[in-house]
Design a protein. Structure first.
Length: 402
């Protein structure tokens, strides 16, 4: 058997970042930037008003009070988007809207709530210092400042930032296209009736969703029965649209483990036992240059294998570091046992109270039992050389996507 790290090292040595694409801004949501983006101009590009009110010279209203307001002539209106050049002299004011450019000569904005709202003459009842309610040019972003680094995922907020600096298109690493397929004669589509010995297929739905959580685009392929010719034909058909293929089932030691049968010796695909629980039977390799991950058929084994092996590879394909799931140190709330020589990934429930994390096992731990997986929010990672951890021990815990 090989270790988890040995299997992961082989995988990461076989995948590479996808070629960059130039995409329209909204099409790029969820992808990873392949370029760093700088602001061509400062933001805001000019001094502007933070309020609806009046642009003034602060010295003119220094003595203004509720009991003794200062009256100033109103010489005009300045609205947002006004492209003209405006100016005021001491002793005058101009009405100004939020976002409108500050007129030359003004050094403060008085909100309309501090005034009587006059049109020809306004009475101002409060003093204000220079700079009051003014947004200065460049106070958000300076010209030439990097606003989005290469290697960052494009979120809604980053799309707003990119648009704000004038970008309509960006160069990105695209979302990896991942085809997910389950094999097995016993599998039936959800929503259909079951005959004796049959079960509803769930792995491909779960893993296709996991692909999306990892930043990829998942394509669920219909379940394929355990017929070698059909399985091989399906895999070759999917190569035209896939950046990687994930199969589940048919990789162990049974007489009908069809994935292992048809892929052994095909391309560079090989099969191994990995020192882990759940998920011991694993396969990986390249088929016509496309990575193929063959995961076990038990649902929990398939899910854990995806998080441990497939997710880091998808990050590499997006130009990101092959980091594991976010990991925290936690205190186990009860005694934990683990098989000798295997890295054990226990489903757990992680909580944060009084400044530290605690974790408990999430119910039964059979590799076929989805109930405890669906209620878990973490994987408790027990090293290969640890067989028992008493309550109160510290352990590394992988946080599952919420």
């Amino acid at each position: 058997m090989r270790t988890v790290d040995e299997h992961l090292t082989e995988i990461l040595g076989s995948v590479a970042p996808l070629p960059p694409l130039d995409l329209a801004l909204l099409e790029a949501q969820g992808t990873v930037l392949a370029e760093s983006v700088s602001a061509p101009v400062p933001l805001p590009p000019f001094d502007n008003s933070a309020m609806d009110g009046y642009a003034v010279v602060a010295a003119d209203i220094a003595a203004a009070t509720e009991a003794g307001p200062v009256a100033l002539p109103v010489v005009g209106d300045i609205v947002a988007g006004d492209s003209g050049v405006s100016a005021i002299r001491p002793g005058l004011t101009a009405r100004i809207m939020t976002g409108a450019p500050l007129p030359a000569g003004a050094d403060a904005v008085i909100p309309v709530e501090w005034t009587d709202g006059g049109n020809a003459t306004v009475r101002i009842s409060r003093a204000a210092p220079p700079g009051n309610y003014i947004r200065r040019a460049g106070e958000d972003v300076l010209a030439g400042q990097v606003v989005a680094e290469a290697g960052t995922r494009i979120t809604a907020a980053r799309i707003g930032m990119l648009a704000a600096v004038g970008r309509s298109r960006v160069t990105v690493r695209p979302k990896p296209r991942i085809v997910v397929v389950s094999t097995g004669d016993e599998l039936r589509e959800p929503g259909t009736s079951l005959a004796p010995g049959q079960i509803w297929e769930s792995n491909s739905f779960m893993l296709t969703a996991a692909v999306a959580e990892a930043g990829g685009t998942g394509f669920r392929q219909a379940t394929v029965q355990d017929e070698p010719a059909k399985v091989l034909e399906m895999l070759h058909d999917q190569l035209v649209r896939a950046d990687a293929i994930v199969t589940t089932g048919g990789v162990s030691m049974g007489t009908r483990d069809v994935v292992k049968e048809v892929l052994s010796g095909t391309g560079t695909v090989s099969f191994h036992k990995v020192r882990m629980r759940p998920g011991k039977p694993q396969g990986f390799g390249l088929l016509e240059g496309i990575p193929v991950f063959t995961l076990p058929g038990n649902p929990v084994s398939a899910y854990v294998s995806f998080q441990v092996f497939v997710r880091p590879a998808l990050r590499v394909m997006q130009g990101l570091p092959p980091e594991p799931l976010p990991t925290v140190s936690a205190v186990v709330a009860e005694d934990v046992k683990s098989p000798a020589g295997l890295r054990h990934f226990l489903r757990g429930r992680l909580s944060f109270t009084r400044g530290f994390y605690t974790v408990t096992a999430a119910g039964v731990q059979g590799s076929h039992q989805l109930g405890s997986l669906s209620s878990a929010n973490a994987l408790i990672e027990i090293p290969e050389d640890v067989e028992a951890m008493p309550a109160g021990s510290h352990v590394e815990v992988m946080r599952l996507p919420s």
